[in-house]
Design a protein around this ligand. Structure first.
Ligand code: IPM
Ligand code: MG
Length: 372
């Protein structure tokens, strides 16, 4: 029986609550699918700053490097968000992505039919939405040269200024495009690449390299280029037209929050960050939600669905991944909703509003009834 080593990084805010429920799901499921999981828990983000002074302690990075996969809750919160602070929780997350070489961030946006009314968009616009955004994660303006000390004073006139730089190398573009193109090949055979090539030099490189990689290595996948501003519009006007989308770090960050709103609640969306090997970092795309932290009302489903991605991408346990996804769907079908989704039900459906733990328990109960 294989034993997998999984590092848990509960982080801040609602992170610990949703990670706890996810751990229980994995613990329940592993023996039924013929494997063992060993968990180790480490500090990342604000809680790590409080305990050690650093958002990403060396010990955490070392444990993650040695793990088969990492499951993260969320980082950040008002306690650590003073713009003048020299250390911030988010630096821990960025350092982890970079330190593990996780250059491709997969964010599937799929609408659960039971939740279609949770979106602010009309159901007819949303019908059939099922897309995968592949965001470049370790380059671009997030990691380019910047004014390290925050703001600077220029020599002339003493004006205050600060800068960040968007830099992409051809290889950084090529490798993430390959990830997206392979996904497109397994899905619809279509890929949309998003950039701002009418203004930015780094985007012109992005476009040239993407065109070249696709022509040479993926002639069977249809490629379309979109400018990021137009893409922001298309995403809410005709979201069902898109399948796989690839973009740089910042544009991907923005577009995935927008795309998340198609699905209604951030509470439902998982993500996977992958590098050149199978080990990856899996996290719900929602944040730490400090306003509801510690109340037992956070929606654990995005974290639980992130565990499904972990099983699929890092452990190769596809049937266990599917079982989790089916159990989540059954819980929704049966009418269970955390408060973020409390108002969403079909006209003929009775819903039951439950907290974090009860939702986790319902998923585990359905899991037991799904044959492996
Ligand atoms: C995300 C988040 C992060 C990012 C923050 C927390 C640093 O918004 O994962 O989308 O910008 O990448
Ligand atoms: Mg974001």
């Amino acid at each position: 029986m294989p034993t997998y080593n999984i590092v848990l990084l509960p982080g801040d805010g609602i992170g610990p609550e949703v990670v706890h429920e996810t751990r229980l799901v994995l613990e329940d499921l592993a023996p039924a699918f013929g494997f063992n999981i060993q968990f180790e828990t480490h500090l990342l983000g604000g809680c790590a700053i409080d305990a050690t002074g650093h958002p990403l302690p060396d010990e955490t990075l070392a444990a993650c490097r040695a793990a088969d996969a990492v499951l993260l809750g969320a980082v950040g919160g008002p306690k650590w968000s003073d713009p003048a602070a020299s250390v911030r929780p988010e630096q821990g997350l960025l350092g982890l992505r970079k330190g593990l070489g996780l250059y491709a961030n997969l964010r599937p946006i799929k609408i659960f039919p039971q939740l279609i009314d949770a979106s602010s968009l009309k159901p007819e616009v949303l019908a059939g939405v099922d897309m995968l955004v592949v965001r470049e994660l370790t380059g671009g303006v997030y990691f380019g040269p910047r004014s390290e000390a925050g703001e600077q004073r220029s020599e002339v006139g003493g004006q205050r200024s600060a800068y960040d730089t968007m830099v992409y190398s051809a290889e950084e573009v090529a490798r993430v495009v390959r990830v997206a193109a392979r996904a497109a090949r397994q899905r619809s055979g279509r890929l949309v690449s998003v950039d701002k090539a009418n203004v930015l030099a780094s985007s012109r490189l992005w476009r040239t390299v993407t065109t070249q990689v696709m022509a040479e290595e993926f002639p069977d996948v249809e490629l379309e280029h979109q400018l990021v501003d137009a893409m922001a519009m298309h995403l809410i006007r005709r979201p069902a037209d898109f399948d796989v989308i690839v973009s740089g770090n910042l544009f991907g960050d923005i577009l995935t929050d927008e795309a998340a709103m198609l699905a209604g609640s951030m509470g439902m969306l998982p993500s996977a960050s992958l590098g050149s090997g199978p080990a990856g970092l899996f996290e719900p795309i929602h944040g730490s939600a400090p306003d509801i932290a510690g109340q037992g009302v956070a929606n654990p489903l995005a974290a639980i669905l992130s565990a499904a991605m972990l099983l699929r991408h890092s452990l190769g346990q596809e049937s266990a991944a599917r079982a989790i996804e089916q159990a989540v769907e059954r819980a929704l079908q049966a009418g269970y909703r955390t408060p973020d989704l409390a108002s969403v039900a079909a006209p003929d459906q009775t819903i039951e509003v439950v907290g974090t733990q009860a939702m986790g328990a319902v998923v585990r109960e359905y899991l037991r009834s799904i044959p492996n």
